[in-house]
Design a binder for this molecule. Sequence first.
Ligand code: PGA
Length: 255
Amino acid sequence: MDILIRSTPDGVSLAAADILADYARRGATLGLATGSTPLGTYRELIRRYQAGEVSFADCTAFLLDEYVGLAPEHEQSYHHTIRHEFTSHVDFDDARVFSPDGTADNPWAAAAEYEQAIIDSGGVDIQLLGIGTNGHIGFNEPGAALDGPTHVDTLHPQTISDNSRFFDSAADVPIHVLTQGLGTIKRAGHLLMLATGEGKATAVAALAEGPLTTMCPASVLQSHPRVTVIVDEAAGSKLHNIDYHRFVEANALPR
Ligand code: PGA
């Protein structure tokens, strides 16, 4: 696992945009994430697109997760959010931006169909990830199956509390979600994890330096052959091996 430490959240966004732009130029399948953390990266990619530096015309995207019960046009659905924040501002083909169907009559069948769609596409080349304060990735909460497929899950009360800022109240946050499983996420060719702010410091230390355990779903990144974690100083502040991570960064292999 390569851990890159940047002094500010903007530095994290620039470093992440560099990596994603390289994949976009190759017409890759991008695994996209919602939440606050990747917004700066999306803004930077939009800027580079407008400057003629990168195109997404040949890319495909698969989102990590979706709320059960929110229609695609609901402004907090991830179907809507990813378009609003990123894909509709660049030359992404909207028909190639996929997310789990949160309004399916049978969400378990929708989960299985989404898993199969990812496999049929040839798989995700690079998966962008954020981390929850409780160590979740996607909506894989503590206790998630370490090799699980896309599935229906129940949000942890901590996640409902964290995400209530996007809704009128915590009572409006859907309780059920569809999420790529940890097994789905691990099949991506390259995992790119971003974290900023002190609130993520404990989760980042657990993902990088704690045991590989279902109680910190993000720790499954330890078992993946190609992982880049980019954090700002605050999110990296509880890493013990910080000097080692800086040494690795200074001697990084080419991307
Ligand atoms: P955030 O969420 O980027 O809004 O902090 C990350 C996550 O919960 O996975």
